[in-house]
Write a protein that binds this ligand. Structure first.
Ligand code: 4AD
Ligand code: MG
Length: 474
């Protein structure tokens, strides 16, 4: 089927030539015996206008041209008298590939996002979701381009794993066992010897630990794949299945890591502004009037680099002066909530923040202990780690990363202190036994980046098929 994509048809100026376009009807109207169809094929947010004389077409066929119907139009490319478009198609013949009844769920304009989530299989055909999905694709291209240009190797880490990288116990188990007839040992523990892998396995929460094996061989790698977390958080920022980008690099320190985080994320935002102009303009008009200004703002500013301890001080000062109320506590040692992160970024600094030197107790076992920066926590000197979270306006945490503990003894100590089973970690510890090196990396939540770049408010609306607690439809 030879056809011209709508994105190309709108560029063409060879008026008078034959053209074939195919797509779905966004709207149809008529005036004085002339019909006008706005046709969209997903290649761009823009529609091509198809014009025809009703008298030249079968009345039954014209009746089938309703919102959502799929058409093939053969006609002539002509210069458009209408404002806002250079060309349009004068229809000579129309074929209805698929008519669309009045029960089409995306019929009406201006449906709520909640309504569209319930019809997520059809919402992709709307302008907003088309724009979001095209931007999502472009951001994936930006990420691969950035790392390829900077000498990182795309490295594939397993989705099925026996280790809990983040140690948070939020894993989905993978088994072929008959759940109706589980064999247990005398202590009541399930016996996995006869399971597919002969041991307990789960879906990965992060490719980092295997990524470190890659980085300590290839120098610099990145992963880009799905990750799974069974955290029961029903928030607009959490998914049970999300995509994560995890670069891991040998021979970098904390400052290098922060430079990488900032450079990388600015590259992605610039890419969106350069490559997704039409879609961003649409979202800026329809979803979030401050979007493009916010994206440009991020490029102009240096990110603030701030220790956790300084951050807590700012939050407590805001509380004491009565400037701000928070729902959750923010004493030294507490994990920051999204409201704290957003206060720092949106109100106090009004720019992105890279926060460092977190208390050891609230971060993962692999983060490098910062011997130089212990902090008095009210009772004793508490250790901090070289972790870095990048905090963004509208989002809160968009990146989590760290310099890794490279000392075998210290790492083993952390593993033991947290009761992480050594039998799952021997291979990871081997990186520190054989030619250990200073290294670090981070994880960017892909959907959180897409939230920021599109101005959408709910993470369920930036992935085609969201997985959240009690929701695995489609
Ligand atoms: O901060 P996290 O848990 O860090 C890690 O997994 C490290 N292993 C990364 C690394 O150093 N290689 O997760 C990283 C990012 C978060 O900053 C957030 O953007 C995103 O992943 N994220 C989620 N996104 C959507 N839904 C969830 N449930 C998420 N949990 C984390
Ligand atoms: Mg984190």
């Amino acid at each position: 089927m030879k056809r011209t994509k709508v994105i190309d048809a709108l560029q063409r100026t060879d008026y008078g030539t034959d053209i074939t376009v195919m797509g779905w009807v966004r709207s149809k109207r008529g005036s004085k015996g002339i019909f006008f169809i706005a046709l969209n094929d997903g290649s761009t947010i823009k529609n091509v206008q198809v014009v025809g004389d009703e008298a030249n077409f079968d009345a039954e066929l014209l009746k089938q041209i309703t919102t959502g119907a799929c058409l093939r139009i053969d006609g002539t490319l002509v210069e458009s008298p209408a404002a806002g478009q250079a060309s349009e198609v004068q229809a000579k013949s129309i074929q209805v590939f698929g008519p669309c009844g009045s029960d089409y769920p995306m019929q009406k304009k201006g449906q709520t996002f909640e309504y569209m989530r319930q019809h997520a299989h059809m919402r992709l055909r709307t302008n907003t979701f088309g724009a979001v999905m095209r931007i999502r694709h472009n951001m994936a291209m930006a990420i691969h381009t950035y790392f390829h240009q900077h000498g990182y190797f795309y490295f594939h880490t397993p989705l099925i794993t026996a280790s809990d990288a983040e140690g948070a116990g939020q894993m989905f188990q993978v088994t072929t066992k008959n759940l109706y007839d589980l064999k247990k040992n005398e202590e009541g523990h399930i016996i996995y010897d006869d399971d597919f892998f002969g041991k307990m396995t789960s879906l990965t929460v992060s490719g980092q630990l295997e990524g470190e094996l890659g980085a300590t061989a290839l120098g610099a790698i990145y992963t880009f794949g799905p990750t799974f977390r069974a955290e029961n958080s029903n928030t607009p920022r959490h998914l049970a299945e999300f995509w994560m980008i995890e670069p891991e690099v040998a021979f970098i320190d904390l400052d290098d890591l922060m430079d990488l985080e900032e450079d990388f994320i600015k590259f992605c935002v610039r890419w969106a502004l350069d490559n997704c102009k039409d879609d961003l303009e649409f979202l800026n008009k329809m979803v979030d009037k401050g979007l493009i200004e916010r994206l440009e703002g991020v490029l102009k500013q240096d990110f603030v680099r701030l220790s956790y301890t300084e951050g807590i001080q700012i939050l407590q000062d805001a509380l004491k002066s009565g400037k701000k109320q928070f729902e959750f506590p923010c004493n030294w040692g507490d994990d920051l909530a999204s409201e704290h992160e957003r206060y720092l970024v949106e109100e106090h600094f009004q720019k992105p923040v890279i926060m460092t030197h977190y208390p050891k107790a609230i971060k993962a076992f692999y983060m490098k202990i910062d011997e130089e920066n212990p902090v008095f926590d009210g009772k004793e000197m508490a250790q901090t780690v070289q972790g870095t979270d990048v905090l963004f306006p509208q989002i809160g945490e968009i990146i989590g990363g760290s310099v890794r503990e490279e000392s075998y003894d210290k790492l083993l100590g952390e593993i033991q202190e947290r009761n992480i089973p050594i039998k799952d970690m021997w291979w990871y510890l081997d990186t520190r036994r054989f030619g250990s090196c200073p290294h670090g990396g981070f994880g960017l939540g892909f959907e959180r980046l897409i939230l920021f770049v599109t101005g959408m408010q709910n993470i369920r609306d930036v992935i085609p098929f969201p997985r959240t607690p009690r929701n695995a439809e489609f």
